[in-house]
Design a protein around this ligand. Structure first.
Ligand code: ADP
Length: 236
């Protein structure tokens, strides 16, 4: 089976500081992978390099076992189907919910576009709010709108940066159900998140990063029982 994202010997430095240190990992199509670990472990930096925001010092990242992302621009990476939702909602407040999702389609306006927009609004639970201004939405609804703006382009790799930060318990549960609905055989979902109950609800596997390296990889249940993971992260 083709690997969606293959990270090989990746090193990222900021000046003399090594944020990612010879990291290798493979994320399969069809899986939800959570990347967890203490502050400063390198989680955001990893998403930054995959999405072309930061550059690697060495190593490479392959998408779909053919495209070397480490050589591409942020725009080219997004166009190839590797998409990221940043932590802070950045919706267009003065536009309707529906128009925001249409922007996510990137100008496509064929017969299927309207159906695609309607379908994704249904998936994220915002159908009843399609004609409202984005500015009128609650914080959780803005997060779902932003997920819709990314997912409407049918990404092959979907990266979510702290999708439940600041959400209520009920919003968090709804977001977990949404992430599970977005999981398809042709898509890899990568989530950085500190809410461990949320991670357990969504992730097929977790990668625990510590000082830019993989400390643990496996199920969340096993991560909770791993003495090293408890020591550097979960026990704190
Ligand atoms: P995490 O997301 O796991 O909290 P980050 O990837 O944000 O960790 O950061 C990893 C380390 O790299 C941190 O020590 C952070 O201070 C450092 N770092 C991240 N981005 C930069 C940057 N642009 N310049 C300098 N240091 C950075």
């Amino acid at each position: 089976m083709t690997v969606a994202v293959l990270v090989e010997g990746l090193t990222v430095e900021f000046g003399r500081f090594r944020a990612i240190d010879d990291l290798s990992l493979a994320i399969d199509y069809g899986e939800v992978r959570a990347v967890i670990g203490p502050n400063g472990a390198g989680k955001t930096t990893l998403l930054d390099v995959v999405s072309g925001v930061s550059r690697a010092k060495s190593g490479r990242i392959l998408f779909d076992e053919r495209l070397e992302l480490t050589r591409r621009s942020e725009a080219a990476i997004a166009r190839s189907g590797v998409r990221r939702k940043f932590q802070k909602p950045s919706v267009f407040e003065a536009l309707s919910v529906r128009d925001n999702v249409e922007i996510g389609l990137g100008g496509a306006n064929d017969a299927g576009s309207k159906e695609k927009v309607a379908a994704i609004l249904e998936t994220v639970g915002l159908s009843d709010h399609a004609d409202r201004l984005a500015s009128e939405l609650a914080h959780g609804q803005k997060q779902w709108l932003e997920i819709a703006m990314v997912v409407v382009s049918e990404p092959k790799v979907l990266m979510l940066d702290e999708p439940v930060a600041g959400l209520t318990d009920e919003e968090t549960e709804r977001t977990a159900a949404l992430v599970r609905r977005l999981r398809t055989p042709g898509r890899a979902i990568v989530v950085v998140e500190h809410d461990m109950d949320f991670v357990e609800a969504i992730a097929d596997r977790v990668t625990v990063l510590h000082e830019g390296r993989t400390l643990f990889e496996g199920s969340m249940a096993r991560a909770r029982a791993d003495a090293r993971v408890v020591d550097v992260y979960l026990g704190r």
